[in-house]
Ligand binder design. Structure first.
Ligand SMILES: Nc1ncnc2c1ncn2[C@@H]1O[C@H](COP(=O)(O)OP(=O)(O)OP(=O)(O)O)[C@@H](O)[C@H]1O
Length: 253
């Protein structure tokens, strides 16, 4: 892909004997909204950690905005414009929503007053404006997910890595959150999301990478990858694609 904001080349990482990520290369186009999917344990979160600097690759390179950032610390990458969210959301429970978001703003803004003011704009972007002065501990699961998004957005990312921001939400909350993610991308932030909610992947992502057992097994538009036999088999087991085709042919006969 041209105009790559993030580019991985031959990236691998093992934990002892477990090859969590094997020789992965991919390019995330600036301005895109894309997804990384795969069965549980495929290596998706490890990939995010390798991209953002929480883990160092055993081999391969990571480039961001044209610079080789392999092995750079997460804080340094955040300053350059790459921020990730975490699956397990851990806000400062006793602090208000406004103060929690201001923590993210402080990456680039030292003045407390200015940070708190900027937090308000970010809260509005994710639909948290009415909750600004509540303690974070008062938020529902969906509210905490929005707060995690807001704290990441507050760092003014060029690239936002979203790790399952829809996990744990009910169908209505998912439907309400999807336009928030779309809105972030429309505001010019490049977004790469790890997501198990296929409805969201199908509706939001223009490009999808599929990881299974640490290896990239498919990539393309959502409709292309979900009709790929290797992807069906990674999720549902070896031989499934053929069985499904046979069943469909039987049903049509
Ligand atoms: N710090 C670690 N030490 C040892 N093994 C790890 C570590 N982190 C991840 N793993 C292992 O690496 C593999 C990939 O894990 P990872 O969390 O990246 O998968 P995932 O695709 O994000 O899974 P899920 O969808 O369930 O979150 C798994 O087998 C996991 O147990």
């Amino acid at each position: 892909m041209n105009d790559a904001l993030l580019a991985l080349s031959g990236v691998s990482r093992a934990f002892g004997g477990l090859k969590a990520v094997q020789n992965v290369s991919l390019s995330v186009r600036e301005g895109s909204l894309s997804a990384l999917i795969g069965p549980n344990g495929a290596g998706k979160t490890t990939m995010f950690a390798l991209m953002s600097g929480f883990l160092k690759p055993d081999s391969g390179t990571v480039r961001f905005a044209g610079e080789d950032i392999t092995g750079h610390e997460p804080h340094r990458n955040a300053l350059r414009g790459m921020t990730r969210t975490f699956q397990i959301v851990k806000p400062f429970a006793a602090q208000t929503v406004r103060e929690n978001i201001a923590v993210g703003v402080h990456l680039h803004e030292r003045r407390r007053g200015a940070a708190l003011a900027r937090a308000e704009a970010v809260a509005a972007q994710v639909g948290l404006a009415p909750q600004l002065d509540k303690p974070a501990s008062d938020l529902t699961v969906a509210g905490r997910k929005r707060l995690e998004l807001a704290r990441a957005l507050a760092t003014r990312p060029r690239l936002l890595l979203l790790d399952e921001v829809l996990a744990g939400l009910n169908p209505q909350e998912i439907a309400e959150m999807m336009p928030v993610v779309r809105g972030i991308a429309d505001s010019g932030v490049t977004v790469l999301m790890i997501e198990h909610v296929m409805q969201a992947v199908m509706h939001l992502a223009e490009h999808v990478w599929v990881l299974a057992q640490g290896q990239l097994i498919a990539e393309g538009s959502p409709s292309v990858v979900t009709s790929d036999d290797r992807v069906v088999e990674a999720y549902l087991g070896h031989g499934t694609a053929a069985r499904l085709r046979k069943a469909a042919a039987g049903a049509a006969a």
